[in-house]
Design a protein around this ligand. Structure first.
Ligand code: TMP
Length: 223
């Protein structure tokens, strides 16, 4: 009932972004299930993809603080990890799959720019991702304070899970959205104090109208 119009067009590219431990992966899975329930073909993909060889290096960097790499090199690895998937992503969308991404270019820009490394401003950070696909809609899961992130289970296990750093990342996310999102391409969902079901319902309220959009959307948009 909800999605008949989408079948004639390429699938939508939906991105869920957010700070660490804001429940992105849970919400990506829930959204994918709900879209499937509408009869859509759906793929969910997570970045970094830790399965590929590049992804394994990234995983080593994130989980082992003794593994040192220059910030520029790490940034390029994350970008390369997205480029590994580009042809498959285009094929999936052209085949009518709705693709739900768990992190993408905005995470790449925000986390690297938040390090404050000389020369690594937003523009520098976006450069290697230029030419990747721009999502039809980005949902940003955010919270009002760093404590609500720090209290989440597992926080602190990986390299970037530090409250002060997360606040810098949050700021950079906003700068990146201001710089690279056009009107209507971004929606923010505040997850503070909300349960999984409530956040899912708020996300669905944003996504459902997108499924009824009649505008031709076969053209890809690029960063
Ligand atoms: P995850 O916890 O969603 O698997 O993400 C792993 C970490 O990698 C998280 O702290 C965000 C960070 N990250 C980057 O620094 N650059 C990127 O391009 C991406 C996709 C993630």
């Amino acid at each position: 009932m909800c999605c008949m119009l989408m079948r004639e067009m390429r699938g939508k590219l939906i991105l869920i972004e957010g700070l660490d431990r804001t429940g992105k992966t849970t919400q990506v899975d829930a959204l994918a299930e709900r879209l499937r329930g509408c009869g859509l073909k759906v793929v969910a993909a997570k970045f970094p993809n830790r399965e590929s060889e590049i992804g394994q290096l990234i995983n080593r960097y994130l989980t082992n603080r003794d593994f040192q790499l220059p910030d520029q090199a790490v940034h390029l690895l994350f970008s390369a990890n997205r480029w590994e998937y580009i042809e498959e992503l285009k094929r999936q969308l052209n085949d009518g799959y709705c693709v739900v991404l768990d992190r993408y270019v905005f995470s790449g820009v925000a986390y690297s720019a938040a390090k404050g490394t000389p020369g690594m401003d937003l523009q520098w950070c976006l450069q290697p991702d230029k030419g990747l696909l721009k999502p039809d809609l980005t949902l940003f899961l955010t919270n009002e304070d760093s404590e609500s992130i720090a209290n989440r289970a597992g926080f602190g296990e990986e390299r970037y899970e530090d409250s002060d750093f997360q606040l810098k990342v949050k700021q950079k996310f906003h700068e990146a959205f201001d710089a690279y999102c056009q009107e209507g391409e971004l929606r923010t969902v505040n997850v503070t104090g909300k349960g999984i079901e409530q956040v899912s319902a708020e996300i669905w309220d944003v996504i459902e109208p997108l499924l009824h959009e009649t505008r031709a959307t076969n053209e890809f948009k690029y960063f």
